[in-house]
Design a protein around this ligand. Structure first.
Ligand SMILES: C[S@@+](CC[C@H](N)C(=O)[O-])C[C@H]1O[C@@H](n2cnc3c(N)ncnc32)[C@H](O)[C@@H]1O
Length: 199
């Protein structure tokens, strides 16, 4: 786990999210989905995911949280709990939807790659923007960094940002668009960046 400057392991902090966050996540779940929730805490969301999805796998690293969740009542038959480190454990095959609610996540790229490797196409998460949730299309092509012009970007590595440009070029459409990129400056050293072509 990554420990911050204040000695706090932010990734391990557990706190329930607000109801609107859970509701937004749940709107993306279909009855045929096999869901993998990464960092399931006390299973409160996993239980709700299991009401809609065909099957839910819930991975949580802290056994005491899982134990608290088990004590909350009988678990649905279509919920499989996996206690351990999602960075190291193999992900089950056939996942169609990943859920990652972890605002301080430092391993977004790892989780996105592991989900893609087991055939998962969609990831519902707050890990990149830290507020609300987005649905990441794990199959969408990501633009090479040098092709991204002015505007918002979100990188496969988990970094987000805004490529600046002349204020007069900023349109509402540009403001509302997020370019999916890979090899941004946060994950790819400047020395390896090709020259930008359109900024
Ligand atoms: C902010 S909480 C969210 C819990 C749950 N998704 C919810 O909304 O109620 C993040 C959870 O991720 C767990 N976690 C952090 N790193 C993990 C890892 N590598 N493997 C499994 N769980 C992890 C933490 O222990 C914590 O319970």
């Amino acid at each position: 786990m990554t420990v911050g400057q204040a000695g706090i392991d932010w990734e391990r902090l557990w706190a329930p999210y607000d109801e609107s966050t859970y509701k937004e996540v749940l709107t993306w779940v279909h009855p045929q989905d096999v869901v993998l929730e990464i960092g399931a805490g006390d299973l409160r969301l996993a239980r709700r995911l299991a009401r809609t999805a065909r099957h839910v796998y819930a991975i949580e690293i802290q056994p005491d949280l899982v134990e608290r969740g088990r004590r909350a009542g009988p678990l649905p038959n279509n919920l499989t709990i996996i206690v351990g480190d999602a960075r190291r454990l193999p992900f089950p095959a056939g996942i169609s939807l990943g859920v990652l609610l972890m605002r301080h996540c430092r391993h977004f790229a790892l989780y996105a790659d592991k989900l893609s490797a087991v055939g998962c196409r969609r990831l519902v998460t707050n890990a990149r923007w830290g507020m609300g949730v987005e649905v990441v299309d794990l199959t969408a092509p990501a633009l090479p960094w040098e092709q991204v012009g002015m505007g918002w970007y979100a990188c496969r590595c988990g970094a987000i940002g805004f490529v600046p440009g002349p204020p007069e070029a900023l349109t509402p459409a540009l403001e509302a668009t997020v370019h999916q990129v890979h090899r941004c400056p946060a994950c790819w050293p400047a020395s390896r960046q090709p020259l930008a072509v359109n900024r």
